[in-house]
Ligand binder design. Sequence first.
Ligand code: ADP
Ligand code: MG
Length: 292
Amino acid sequence: SIMPATLSAISNSARKGVLFKGGLHIENLGHVNAIAFDKTGTLTNGKLTVTDAFYDDQVNQDEILATVGAIEKQSTHPLAQALTNFSSTQMNTIPVTVDDMKTIGGNGVRAKVNNQTWRIGKPDFVGKEEANVFYNGILETLASQGKTVVFAKKGDRIVAVFGLKDTIRKDTKQAIKLLRENGVHTIMLTGDNEITAKAIAEEAGIDDYIANCLPEEKVGHIRELKNNFKNVAMVGDGINDAPALATANLGVAMGEGTDVALETADMVLMKNNLDKITNAINLSKRMNRIVK
Ligand code: ADP
Ligand code: MG
């Protein structure tokens, strides 16, 4: 049976926009000493815009943009939306037929257009060596500004590179600072490259980060964190985050996250209010002292 102190803690925190799916979860939160955060859509708003674009001048720019737009139109990734919007505002319309569209998780997309294979995604996915030779220094420059860098490759030729900027949520820095002051270690998990990850981690003030993290690797990292820290929470918003949310001692979903994340989570930040986590931890600790 549920204790009155637990009930009152659950309803108190619900009023502040932090929802628990049961007494055990609010109790667990008080024991958490490390929290892993997904990057895109969790620490950041997840609304990206294309800020930079470079093209191979041997290839028609409208063809590049039309193809990238048409391929990305079939992807649900937040980057894809930004690239589709960008291409539609920048080019003269050219009809493009996309075949054999395939998403390669954590890497990018591959498709056929006019019997040519196109690849759009991270440097490793298009060939890091080529990406570097072709656009020497651009990757580093954009990434060190915290931008995600996406390459487009037609056949074996890299034809464009894009820089996409996301913004950190307005309460991210405060949330991380409060957690540190309360002795909770913070880690960011991201599929993005090392340089971009470092820039965002620094901006957020987060203790640690893991870059180039494939969606299926998030679970392994949570297990490792559990070995090192014992009681680990994971905060995420995406379908990809659900297995990691389930693996953590406490799974936390962003209120605007996907249904799968919301269903898997033990706790929900109704208004995406990361800065309410520390409050909830302290509430849980007080409750645990009364209930014990
Ligand atoms: P995260 O959730 O941390 O942004 P993902 O695992 O979703 O990471 O993606 C990792 C990287 O793969 C992205 O930073 C991007 O470079 C590349 N990528 C993934 N999907 C796409 C896509 N649809 N178009 C272009 N690049 C993509
Ligand atoms: Mg995300």
